[in-house]
Design a protein around this ligand. Structure first.
Ligand SMILES: N[C@@H](CCC(=O)N[C@@H](CS)C(=O)NCC(=O)O)C(=O)O
Length: 249
């Protein structure tokens, strides 16, 4: 595929963590989507999301524009290559399921993961050490606490952070059960034989929970689900062949 310099894509994202291409599942979603679409890209790491167009990562630089929001990035690239077009060619019923699934993954399940990473006291040091160890010592003493406060505030405003841990785990398990049964026995996350744009999102969220070091009933569920494990395995083999198979943090 020809990609002239005017069509070069730069993915601006958070750094890798726990063997994942980025500590942020939304960044991994775009990384995965670009690989699925067969689009070449460069990566730039940014520590300060405040510098991004919407104050969050990822964003891409493409055709002289900065495009933020992982789903808007997918839409902007949907016609950029035949491989991208194929990911958006879905039957109406599959497209509808994909949109519902995306909302479950990104507007609910993601916040369960934020809770586990940032709010649960025993997990916090694992998150802090993975995300901030590279910072210079002075900054390292201040920034992690500030970022944690912001994450906890977001959890309060979103509402999930007001529940007990037990309730949050039950809600997360309900998401996983729905995602698993929706996947069907064959192929990708919609149960289809070909991958679709939603697989970037599903893979990123499930991989982050599977691969991250935070122990929970949710990680156990993913680890024990044959269907989800074979899905993760397949996506890793197809799109991250540089990683050793069966890679575990
Ligand atoms: N809707 C956005 C969500 C992106 C997002 O929540 N990014 C998080 C990292 S996973 C972020 O940048 N957080 C920094 C902050 O909220 O200050 C997308 O799809 O890209």
């Amino acid at each position: 595929m020809k990609q002239g310099s005017e069509n070069a894509i730069t993915l601006v994202q958070f750094r890798p963590a726990w063997g994942l291409p980025s500590g942020s599942p939304f960044c991994v979603k775009v990384d995965c989507y670009l690989r699925m679409a067969g689009l070449k890209f460069n990566v730039e790491y940014l520590d300060m999301p405040q510098k991004a167009p919407l104050g969050k990562l990822p964003f891409i630089r493409y055709q002289g524009r900065d495009i933020a929001d992982s789903s808007l990035i997918q839409e902007a690239l949907a016609n950029a290559a035949p491989g991208a077009k194929a990911l958006h060619k879905l039957k109406a019923a599959d497209q509808a399921r994909a949109v519902l699934l995306q909302r479950t993954l990104e507007d609910h399940f993601y916040f369960v993961m934020v809770y586990l990473r940032w709010q649960v006291e025993a997990n916090w040091t694992l998150t802090r050490d993975a995300f901030f160890a590279h910072l210079p010592i002075g900054i390292r003493q201040i920034v992690p606490g500030l970022v944690r406060s912001s994450a906890l505030k977001q959890l309060q405003l979103q509402g999930l952070g007001r529940h007990t841990e037990e309730t949050i785990i039950v809600k997360g398990l309900q998401d996983l059960q729905a995602i698993e049964s929706n996947a069907g026995k064959h192929g990708f996350i919609l149960g289809t034989a070909k991958p679709a744009w939603i697989d970037a999102s599903a893979f990123a969220m499930l991989w982050a929970m599977d691969q991250g070091p935070h122990q929970s009933a949710l990680k156990d569920f993913i680890r024990q689900s044959k269907r989800l494990q074979s899905y993760l395995q397949r996506m890793r083999q197809d799109y991250y062949p540089e990683l050793p198979s069966g890679f575990v943090a």
